[in-house]
Write a protein that binds this ligand. Sequence first.
Ligand code: SF4
Ligand code: SF4
Length: 532
Amino acid sequence: MSEKPVIDIELKAPKGDWRDPRVDFRKGTFSYASLPKDLTALGLPNPRKWQPADLDWQLPPDWQRILLDGMKERLEKYRSFRLFMDVCVRCGACADKCHFYLGSGDPKNMPFARAELVRSIYRRYFTLSGRLFGSLAGGRELTEDVVKEWFYYFYQCTECRRCSVYCPFGIDTAEITMIVRELLSLIGVSTHWIMEPAAKSYQVGNHLGIPPHAFKDSLEFACDELRDITGLDIEIPINRKGAEVLFVMPSADYFATPHYYTLLGYMMLFHEIGLDFTVSAYASEGGNFGMFHSNDLMKRMNAKIYDEARRLGVKWILGGECGHMWRVLHQYMDTMNGPADFLEMPVSPITGTRFENAASTKMVHICEFTADLIHQGKIKLDPSRNDQYVVTYHDSCNPSRGMGLLEEPRYVLKNACNNFHEMPASTIREYTFCCGSGAGLGNDENMEMRLRGGFPRANAVRHVREEHGVNLLTCICAIDKATLPTLMDYWVPGVQVAGVHEMLGNALVMTGEKERVTNLRGEPLTKEAADA
Ligand code: SF4
Ligand code: SF4
């Protein structure tokens, strides 16, 4: 008797013409539209009530001119965009590298085919052959159906860049996706799950819209919990002028689980080493949903980090566990919001290490900071406190492929845990598979596509679960921590999700601590007690 396949993926070539742009907005495979209140709050064009399944998207009367003018402007402004439109040779090396193609079997989710959806418009309107010969030269007319097709497929790309690792020409489909989403934003086409957090972040300072008093309450609650766990009075300074370091984290760290346990881990570490730091009630969000909409919105969202560093008079900035936050900080912040010449070259006050890799941004990743402390023997760890876990590590796409942070998280984990196993080499480090929910796709209405897109990642976790009994998937991304639990529950039940600094906090032997009986989740600390 044949087993029922765990996922239904049709890999046969489709019968229709690929140039037909019509899309079936099937429930579970797309995100809802942005609401007028959020576009209005951000001063963005064409606020109105609409949904992707509507026949009439209520586009502005001159939508075609807006899109073509926007494309012309970006072709002139970004040499990479023009290059990516011109150089693809359709070698197919990227074809089976996208998790959305692997999980859905939809050929338009092959990276080169996704790019072709906009390349065909480029050819038709911006090349001589396309203007003269139209479809014979690979061009397509820009119709409302093409706009709908763009929305569907460019919001089925998590901007993870896995495809670019395999492309011999370095074509980065994530950048193409970012530009197409930016074009769509010019005519008011965007998604609710991105625009609502962006509007809240713009108005209040963080994606969840948590006002300063609730931010303070949440951190005080964390201090109370830390007192119960360690017996120590641990403080989290807020808006303290003159501190040496500003610490910025994603808002999920202080308002969601399992992120919250990562926050506890950071704060235990800072207390133990006596770090002179502060957090900010305004720069209370490192994450940046603006990045999933447009360069302009990304810049507006990110400005508060340097503004707060300047206002508080710190010397440098330390950043927590987040994915796209680090893509923005590492790749764009210096030129976008800088120069940060009012800050100093980051130097660890504990080890004296100069973080020359952060010379321009003046911002250091928490894993770099902690790995240095461990390497220099400045903290004491008892990895047996994590013995109830058999751990693997998911390289979150942005810190791994976006900034090359491959060794430091592993170094921290291997010092904080006794049982660590890597997933297969083709699925980690720069080849890592995306969670399937990044770049603003992690909403519930898009659940089928999330689970399909996350399938290759989950499959690699299942491999180490079967081989080694892995029961904990660690990562350093707030979106991963929010969405991987659902993915694990569906594909690999029995695997929990945690941050690297949760493992560090469990293992950290603190000066003057009481005998620890629970881990940061309030579960029995020892394996024997957990098994009992
Ligand atoms: S690997 Fe690069 S050149 Fe080859 S088809 Fe993909 S995008 Fe085009
Ligand atoms: S960037 Fe990631 S999601 Fe987008 S096409 Fe490439 S592999 Fe797929």
